[in-house]
Design a protein around this ligand. Structure first.
Ligand code: ATP
Ligand code: MG
Length: 361
């Protein structure tokens, strides 16, 4: 069955969604499972000695020794003069991003049994022609010539909701909190279908910063002293435990973090309310930034749409609602919203209706 594919490569995860064409026409945008246990797959890449590039979640953890190396955070470095270096070998960020896109396209091809009729890729909203050109060139080198690039803030608004339909005309504020970064946006949806990115703001706060705050909190509560007294392996383990607990607190009233101390393990109980209070100082600037952006745009938004995995953090929707007194729309799978919006952009190319505009006021 022909399908339009949307891809979102973030600093933490990669996700994909498709619109399929059946006898009754095109379907809504639905997620395609990329990982073994979840719809998304980690976007950290592993490079083997022979230069093969693949997601680490798929190839397994780093083996001891120099045989495999991991690289993360490459999307936000597209356009940097300095490439990633593995030994003496340079790996430019646009090539790594294209390699991840190629892997996703091939994975979906396996799942769907045929290649995509059209691919759209969500890109950071502040990108200009230089970065887009670098990435398009790298995609072309990997056999992906006709990929449409769409600003992720536009895709986040378009992909919201479950019906796969664009929201009604109006001005929307987008709040996207990912693994390492926040993007706020104001998007206008015009009568007739066109969408326009009015303005965008970025802030270097994401889920990993919330993890850091929780690590410091449980260390203090356990009485085990400062992080410096712990081995790197112990610290990595504690950080992972905190990330699991933080995600669990999006649905549970409390979570337990086992903390290693010099006198044995101490189980620290963290409640939703405690987490919300702990991360509020980190999140407040993102919410204030979005409110300023909306005010400067000169129109009150119809709604705020939440996207990004970390937007599920307890207390966040309330913080947003307190600062922007309009309905706040969440999604059951916020880390897949941008890919769904990209799939709708790919579908529009195939149906030749009004394409998503990529403009700034
Ligand atoms: N249920 C959950 N509750 C809270 N946070 C969650 C949940 N699920 C995932 N996250 C967090 O979401 C973050 C990843 O979100 P997402 O996949 O949107 O990021 P990304 O797009 O890769 O990153 P970025 O947008 O910064 O480049 C991680 O920090 C993860 O811990
Ligand atoms: Mg993201």
């Amino acid at each position: 069955m022909p399908y339009a594919l949307g891809v979102d490569i973030g600093s933490t995860t990669a996700s994909a969604a498709v619109c399929r064409r059946g006898e009754d026409g095109w379907s809504e945008a639905v997620a395609v499972r990329l990982g073994a246990r979840s719809a998304t797959v980690g976007s950290t890449l592993q490079i083997s000695m022979d230069g093969t590039v693949s997601p680490r979640d798929v190839t397994g953890p780093d083996e001891p020794g120099p045989s495999l190396r991991s690289i993360r955070g490459y999307v936000r470095r597209v356009g940097d003069d300095v490439p990633f270096m593995i030994g003496n070998q340079p790996y430019p960020a646009h090539g790594l991003t294209a390699a991840m896109v190629r892997w996703v396209v091939d994975r979906v091809w396996d799942v769907e049994g045929e290649p995509a009729a059209q691919v759209a890729l969500a890109c950071p909203s502040g990108w200009g022609a230089h970065r887009e050109g670098l990435l398009s060139g790298a995609l072309g080198d990997l056999g992906l010539d006709d990929v449409v690039l769409v600003a992720s803030a536009l895709a986040a608004v378009a992909g919201h909701g479950t019906a796969g339909e664009l929201p009604a005309p109006g001005v929307f504020a987008g709040y996207d909190l990912g693994g390492t970064g926040f993007t706020g946006s104001v998007v206008a949806r015009r009568t007739g279908g066109g969408m326009e990115l009015v303005d965008v703001v970025e802030h270097p706060v994401g889920g990993s910063d919330l993890d850091d705050a929780l690590v410091a909190h449980v260390l203090a509560r356990s009485g085990s002293g400062r992080a410096g007294s712990m081995s790197a392996a112990m610290m990595a383990w504690l950080r992972d435990s905190c990330a699991v607990a933080r995600e669990r607190l999006s649905v549970a009233a409390e979570a337990v973090v086992p903390v290693p101390t010099p006198t044995g393990q101490v189980d620290v109980v963290v409640t939703r309310a405690e987490l919300a209070e702990l991360v509020r100082p980190l999140l407040q600037p993102t919410v204030d930034g979005l409110a300023r952006l909306a005010r400067d745009a000169g129109t009150e938004p119809t709604a705020v749409v939440l996207a990004g995995g970390a937007s599920q953090t307890p207390g966040l929707a309330e913080l947003v609602a307190a600062r922007l007194p309009v309905p706040v729309r969440s999604d059951p799978h916020p880390d897949g919203v941008v890919a769904r919006g990209a799939a709708l952009a790919a579908r529009r190319v195939l149906t030749r209706t009004r394409p998503v505009a990529r403009e700034r006021a």
